[in-house]
Design a protein around this ligand. Structure first.
Ligand SMILES: NC(=O)C1=CN([C@@H]2O[C@H](COP(=O)(O)OP(=O)(O)OC[C@H]3O[C@@H](n4cnc5c(N)ncnc54)[C@H](O)[C@@H]3O)[C@@H](O)[C@H]2O)C=CC1
Ligand SMILES: O=C(O)C1=N[C@H](C(=O)O)C[C@H](O)C1
Length: 269
């Protein structure tokens, strides 16, 4: 079986480092190159050397064109601007683009979806099996309960996280809204503050905690008079996201253009 060549974007980041290690350890994959932000101190150097070991021939670059042209997949956990810019290159190279980046605007997503006419794109705010399974459970519970059950989504992440609500919280909110047969945009109530008035019936509330080294925790609460159901996911190791992304990169080989998510990859649809 031939090895799949992968480019990791943002190779010095929390997710980037983990992905580089996973790809190098996997017999079915090899690392073609690593990209970093323009002017990053790792750019122009060898990945082995910048990570404190011997040179391993994997280039780190802030000019992704050449490495992407040699790759079958690009795994991207970076920033919305970097992700949107990459869509043109992955479409040209016909490389599978696995996108874990969160904080994307509707306009960003429209650009990504247009690129998916030419490339295989797998995008998810959370690449873990557990969260993707939880979205289905949330939809089922939300569909079984009426609006007497107030839905609140509480998420916690490390102090470095820059976007809120998290991509996962939004996935869970979408699932709850879908279960209820409503549009999330019409019912979302994000981060209350001040004289908010009483809770709106049918609203889906979002709350974000930021602190320390929390990897990612999400509670979906269904609160009624006299009882409360809490569905919880706790990530205890970032490798759950990295393993999901790698699975997506391999799953996408030979799939042809289209916009997919982790439910497609995991066969949960
Ligand atoms: N979908 C999922 O399962 C998960 C998604 N994420 C998301 O992934 C993103 C990254 O998370 P972290 O790794 O924690 O962040 P991080 O800040 O540690 O890493 C981001 C990396 O991207 C690099 N970067 C910025 N601009 C770039 C460019 N133009 N080209 C190449 N690299 C560039 C940065 O220099 C940095 O090394 C966030 O949006 C986060 O929410 C994180 C974990 C799981
Ligand atoms: O930034 C993170 O760290 C994470 N981001 C994703 C999100 O926004 O939900 C996934 C995970 O929770 C970790």
């Amino acid at each position: 079986m031939s090895s799949t060549g992968i480019v990791v974007m943002g190779g010095s980041g929390r997710m980037g480092r983990m992905l580089c290690q996973l790809i190098q350890e996997n017999d079915a994959t090899h690392l073609v190159g690593v990209t970093e932000a323009p002017g990053h101190p790792w750019a122009g150097r060898d990945l082995g050397e910048v990570t404190g070991g011997a040179a391993n021939g994997v280039p780190v670059t802030d000019d992704p064109i050449e490495v992407v042209s040699r790759a079958q997949a690009v795994i991207d956990f970076t920033t919305p601007a970097a992700t949107v810019a990459m869509t043109e290159l992955t479409a040209q190279a016909r490389a599978v683009h696995v996108i874990g980046t969160t904080g994307l605007t509707p306009e960003d997503i429209a650009v990504i979806d247009r690129a998916a006419f030419h490339a295989t794109v797998v995008r998810a705010g959370n690449m873990s099996l557990g969260v993707n399974l939880l979205t289905q459970i949330v939809a089922q519970v939300a569909g079984a309960l009426d609006a007497d059950y107030d839905i609140e989504i509480v998420e916690a992440h490390h102090r470095h996280k820059v976007d809120a609500p998290s991509g996962t919280a939004l996935m869970l909110g979408e699932a709850a809204a879908q279960g209820r047969g409503v549009e999330l945009d019409a019912v979302a109530d994000r981060g209350r503050d001040g004289m908010t008035g009483a809770r709106t019936r049918g609203a889906i509330g979002f709350h974000a905690i930021r602190g320390g080294d929390v990897i990612g925790e999400h509670d979906v609460i269904f609160a009624a008079d006299g009882e409360r159901i809490t569905l919880r996911h706790q990530a205890t190791d970032r490798s759950v996201f990295a393993r999901g992304a790698l699975k997506a990169a391999l799953w996408g080989q030979g799939k042809g253009p289209g916009a997919f998510d982790m439910l497609d990859v995991l066969g949960l649809k």
